[in-house]
Design a protein. Sequence first.
Length: 233
Amino acid sequence: MKTITFFFFSPFIIVHFLMSCPLCQSTNAPSHYYSDKKREYLQCNQCELVYVSPEFLPSKEVEKQEYDLHQNSFEDEGYRKFLRKVLTPLTPFIENMKFRELRGIDFGCGPAPVLASMLEEEGVRMNIYDPFYAHNLSVLEQRYDVVTCTEAIEHFHTPHVEWALFNKLVSPGGVLAIMTKRVLDKARFANWHYKNDVTHVSFFSEETFHYLAKRDGYSVTFPASDVVLLRKR
């Protein structure tokens, strides 16, 4: 007599099995990384991105409500000091290229594009883009010497889309400057305040940036614990 074995998979397991990485698009099943009372976090086994499981992603309405609470302004010296963490390592690149006009874009500028203003002061001709506050798609059809993305990449639900766009925006020899706090390890992730913001859904590590740099033709440096510079070869 033949024995027939039936395997039952919950929809939760099936979704994870079929899911592709939101950054590198690997179709290998992700690993469980961490769970708390609010969300589950997965990790890609190829690019090592840690990300919120899709069923816990916030709606656009929730995102907008959270972003409207931010009170950054051009007059806030504390915020300008914070942004100098990314501006300072960009300065040598800007100085070395002053023989011609540099063009830049601040991607995810928020309601107050302070960094764009600071780069303008350094002689970079800036555009801005933000899906909520500066939704001008025409600026995404150009190429730039400097592309900045400060405290925005961790909000991306489908970072492979924005990363592909970054690859198009950055001119050969140009710089992509990103500010985001980086994943270190599981033990520190458990007590990491950064993950508790409901709009923070994609968490990068040095390994993730090294993977992207090697795949897409960048040299990469880490001038601060929350800053990465990628120079397109």
